[in-house]
Design a protein around this ligand. Sequence first.
Ligand code: ZLV
Ligand code: CA
Ligand code: ZN
Length: 388
Amino acid sequence: STSCGDDKKRRVCYYYDAGIASADYGEHHVMVPKRVTMAHNLVSAYGLLGHMRRLRTAPATESDLAAFHDAGYLALLRSGAGDADRGVDAAGERGGGGFDDNPAFDGLWDYCLRYAGGSLAAARALAGDSSDIAINWSGGMHHACAGKASGFCYVNDIVLAIRALLGRFRRVLYVDVDVHHGDGVEAAFAGSSRVMTVSFHQHGDNFFPESGELKIVGKGQDERCAVVNVPLKKGFGDEEYHQLFEPIMGRVMEVFDPEAVVMQCGADSLDGDRLGSLKLTLNGHAQCVSFLRSFNRPLLLLGGGGYTINHVASCWCNETAVAIGKDIPNDIPKHGFDQFYQNHGYRLHYTLSQGDKNKKNAKYVDVHKPSIDKLKQQVLENLSKLKL
Ligand code: ZLV
Ligand code: CA
Ligand code: ZN
């Protein structure tokens, strides 16, 4: 049903650590780690676990994290991040209503070790050539910096995983379909010609983190760095997205010719997300996965954002099926988390009611075709100028 992939099977390995579900950002926080457990329960209910190798769940060690993060920052994280009122972002920024993007909470350190451990185990499975595709839906925390938490992310499991892949593969491509700009990963590799980072994201009206405008940064002295950003307007749906994603990623695969691909599958680019204002359907989102999968390079699939949690679970379950190359029925099998899908008639592929859309009226703006073509041309032109 999802186009652009192929029916050839892949050796898929899958990481899930039940310990992640107990992480709790706080009652009013939009980030809900339990959505990964919901996704896992769907994957299990659909009988997908039998088609994958399960990776051993071993938390990362502090020395694993020290490959990217500053020792002082790690000590702060491990100590329980000090003052719970301030959280662990160095700036101590707090939003309106006492909301803190990066709160300190019980079990935070354990949570970091577990989600990073998953991405590292997955990267090592690809580097050791025991799998073609490796999955960790609890990873994908793309905003974390070496010495500071940002945007709900404390430890950057993606940077750690890419570093692990670089031990085996010459060039690694990073592709980020989360609705937010993948700034932490971009910054970590901006000077490297062995890692190209590509992020598609909503941009404008001070949308977090505000970076990632259209241009290819030729930073490093030698201009060999490879950064591609595709800023999108509110309201972009499947059609607009794929007028950009496929031509751009097709060209990226040609010019960069990566030996491995890391994909951050943030589900906040889906229609009806609580933070994002793009309008991808489950199929539109999954088409990004099947398109990249069709190039047949070792592929690491990670989670990321996603704030309407039943949509997130449906999305990552569907993409697990895409990875395996198996079609799954739209009717959700009976399982422990049934009630979360009741509003969509117990269907995986949800459609939003007019009521849902009216609530977010401002999010449904007209998109202009000519501006999409122009954006595509600009990105492709930038790509042709890259010195790799
Ligand atoms: O999905 O915010 O806008 C990967 C990911 O990419 C901000 N944070 C910060 C920067 C200045 N503000 C101030 C702090 C937040 C203000 C209040 C919220 C309140 C309630 C619910 C959500 C938010 C919120 N916070 C929405 N967007 C933010 C962003 C961080 C987004 C991180 C996306 C993470 C996992
Ligand atoms: Ca992105
Ligand atoms: Zn996001």
